[in-house]
Design a protein around this ligand. Sequence first.
Ligand code: WQD
Length: 354
Amino acid sequence: MTILVTGGAGYIGSHTCVELLQHGYDIIVVDNFSNSRPESLHRVKQITGRTFQTYYINLLDKKSVEKVFLDHQIDAVIHFAGLKAVGESVAVPLQYYQNNVKGSLILFEVMEQFSVKKLIFSSSATVYGNPKTVPITEDVELRATNPYGRTKQMIEEILLDTAHADSSWSIALLRYFNPIGAHESGLIGEDPEGPPNNLLPYISQIAIGRREQLRIFGNNYPTADGTGVRDYIHVVDLAMGHLKALEHMQKNHGIEAYNLGTGKGYSVLEVVDAFERVSGNQIPYTFVKRRPGDISSCFADPAKAKKQLAWQAMRGIEEMCADAWRWQRNNPTGYRIISEKTPMQKPTSVFLMH
Ligand code: WQD
């Protein structure tokens, strides 16, 4: 089976490409490298020993998207491509609606045009907004509170309407909680551009000496130690959730949402403690005021994915931190090659072979 992976060069995309290739799928990657680097795909080939084709295109370019479907017999699509920074989405909302919603619409139209109706959509727990109760089940009301989360919620609603209009679609909406960690090889991992917004990459950059100290956003939340609680999930467990969803949709039509989380919440201080233990590095921190838009506690009830997809997270917080640290230690500047003088060398052609 050939799987089209949009955003396949990204953090979760590259980890999912590894698992797809190692489980016998063929893949085609589409990426505009706006928030990723071709180097991650070279590493995917290095890990798996398998080659694949990559198209350096933007989903907003419908003709280029159609060409991918003309060139290949695509059996299913995993759609990761999208802008994903909450803070940035508040500053430039139109860019997020254009890129995430319009880009998805074009992809879905082309899929329909070529009768490719198996889709896994990379959604997010952000669609739940500030949950009234935790753990969170898939049937609660969606109440995204920022433009990024609203793009995910809108795309889910577009897909709900599509599936209700045409029962031949098979769609899985995978709502990620907080993906962290890296492949055990240390060859691929999270590589944010600029100062990391997210907790784990910030901590690992402190440990490697790129950042001074962690600012903990608020220690007066109604949690055990006052700091925010989240459901951190190992990125490889997350990748395996996509393969299980792919298997499930071979035998099932219709549309379903699944929480991909561990079902266990950890506070910021607990994550810092776990990282210090596994890395042997002290992480200096200071408490500052809450970050606007942050919520107190958010963690999943992953029972539906366990029941319907036969999937559950297998890796604990220490393994997540150890794998994140191995990636960062082996790649102090991420995928950037230190000798790189200019900004990332964008690919010179639309078509790349990895
Ligand atoms: C986790 C905890 C912070 C950084 C975001 C997106 C979400 C998803 C995952 C895409 C919180 C605290 C963080 C720091 C801190 N992305 N923190 N100091 O906000 O739960 O979710 O990433 O789908 O959409 O919203 O993750 O890692 O930013 O924060 O104290 O420098 O760490 O307050 O409690 P978040 P995060």
